[in-house]
Design a protein around this ligand. Sequence first.
Ligand code: HSE
Length: 298
Amino acid sequence: NEIKIFCPATIANISCGFDVLGVALDTIGDEMVVRKTQEKGIRITKLNGQQLPMETHLNVAGVAGLALLAVSDYDGGFDIEIYKKIKAGSGIGSSAASSTGAVWAMNELLGKPFSTLELVKFAMEGERLASGVAHADNVAPALFGGFTLVRSYTPLDVIPIPSPAALYATVIHPQIEVKTSDSRKILKTTISLEDGIKQWGNLGGLVAGLFTSDYALIGRSLEDHIVEPIRSILIPGFDAIKTTAMSKGALGCGISGSGPSIFAFSKGEQTAQKVGTGMKDVYKKIGIDFDVHISKIN
Ligand code: HSE
């Protein structure tokens, strides 16, 4: 009647896959305890680590859970305890960790009546609350694990993608908060055909590279001609971090989700560590506080 779970952080977009591509990080995440109750509805009974609303309708875990309950024949409810380790507004899927954790745990406690794809749909309601848009590029990898591609939103079609064995992510988080809703507002709503061609060429290349473990192809494909030029102005030292990551041997580097975290992919842990050290030195030099995480991609 009770379950304790790990809720992974995620890198969304991955340069060329705005709103469609994402990957789960096994070494960074929140914890959650979910308990079945006779009392109907959902209550957030504890929220440690971050200042976030605990009212069910204002909390992403609460809203995602309500979406599941609305179509379930279960006539009880759930209490949820959330232990946040991922900072809100950091760009590594803080809201997605909470909304996916809630629905995944509830589904387990109910004997798994829902498919993973259905859980993605419920969790997207949490994202709608957090950012104004029900994007699935964080919640899908958080639920499926590894990389996922949202091939289509209507109907929802999520494709799990394999991870090359030696792929590592280095993520640096400058200690400022960027709300996804704000960093979406500054984006243009139309793109040129020329930019579209570059972007979908890279997206196809990246997916092909992941399937075939072609690290050079992955590296060539990690480019973003549409979103990064606009959003990078919100991130202190972005160009210096990216130049340094590439000079230390990263395959590619870009904004994690809606930022301000910056991610780099590397082949092998040693390179990922070198990239992390280089990134740290940049922020130390310009006087910006940060966290760095290195994660093997599974
Ligand atoms: N695709 C979303 C965005 C991810 O970039 O706005 C937010 O985590």
